[in-house]
Design a protein around this ligand. Structure first.
Ligand SMILES: Nc1ncnc2c1ncn2[C@@H]1O[C@H](COP(=O)(O)OP(=O)(O)OP(=O)(O)O)[C@@H](O)[C@H]1O
Length: 246
């Protein structure tokens, strides 16, 4: 069988929360392929299903029906333990709230996914990513001693440390001022361009999405539009149209 050119692929993914009259269809037969080595933004109005998309694509949540593939691995075929292992070793995560462990140093936070997987860090790779996120002088500090932007750089290094097949970022610049947000977006862009990573980012911000290669637009649980290499103005126009359509 040919290896998939997609890092992650969703086919007819439906996610329903609850049952009966209170049921919410958060994703409605969503199909999308994310090619390896690309930076993708997922956008849409509040409640359109962006976080649900990210959680299903990343194996954090199971779809009600449909298929999610990471490379050639179908996720629904995996039992919980294997799925946890896969998330730890083949997927990286970056969250709005950084989610660093306060009692661990910067270096200990960065290598945590490897330690949890019982692996030793590769020193050359570790130095490379620490340089890339510009944290060389702060490895022995604790998260509380860092600015928000520095904490997010630690979280990005932690996501990169296992050389995952995909990094999923949920509003990674949502808690940052515009200038710091720009630095973080440039860093995610470098992870794709220089380190050949694949990044999928949920964002509300057209300026953030303009750093990506392609944008998927969700509305009411469906993929309603897609753009390759758009500028912020064009993205904002599509978003305004979606808001009016709700
Ligand atoms: N655990 C849950 N239980 C019930 N309904 C849920 C749950 N999680 C999400 N939903 C509903 O599913 C729909 C999609 O939610 P989701 O969080 O994916 O949207 P979103 O586009 O990420 O929204 P936002 O931009 O506001 O974060 C919404 O109607 C939401 O209320």
């Amino acid at each position: 069988m040919l290896a998939s050119r997609y890092a992650v692929h969703l086919t007819d993914v439906t996610k329903q929360y609850g049952e009966g009259p209170d049921a919410v269809l958060a994703l409605d037969k969503v199909s999308a392929g994310i090619e390896s080595g690309t930076f993708t933004a997922v956008m849409g109005p509040s409640g359109s299903g962006k976080s649900t998309f990210l959680h299903c694509a990343a194996g954090l949540d199971r779809p009600t029906s449909g298929e999610v593939r990471l490379g050639d691995q179908e996720l629904s075929a995996l039992r919980e333990r294997r799925l946890t292992e896969l998330r730890r070793t083949r997927i990286g995560f970056v969250f709005q709230a950084f989610n660093l462990l306060p009692s661990l140093t910067v270096e200990q936070n960065i290598v945590l996914p490897l330690r949890l997987a019982g692996q030793q860090p590769d020193d050359t790779w570790l130095r490379h990513i620490v340089d890339a996120v510009d944290l060389g002088g702060r490895l022995t500090r604790f998260p509380a001693q860092l600015s928000g932007g520095q904490q997010q750089r630690v979280a990005i290094a932690r996501a990169l440390v296992t050389r995952p097949e995909v990094i999923f970022a949920d509003e990674p610049t949502g808690a940052l001022d515009p200038e710091t947000a720009r630095d973080i977006l440039i860093l995610l862009r470098q992870a794709v361009t220089d380190l050949h990573q694949t990044v999928v980012m949920v964002t509300h911000d057209p300026v953030a999405a303009a750093h990506t290669d392609q944008v998927l637009f969700l509305n009411a649980g469906r993929v309603v539009d897609g753009m390759v290499g758009p500028g912020a103005d064009r993205i904002a126009e599509v978003m305004a149209g979606l808001r009016r359509a709700v």
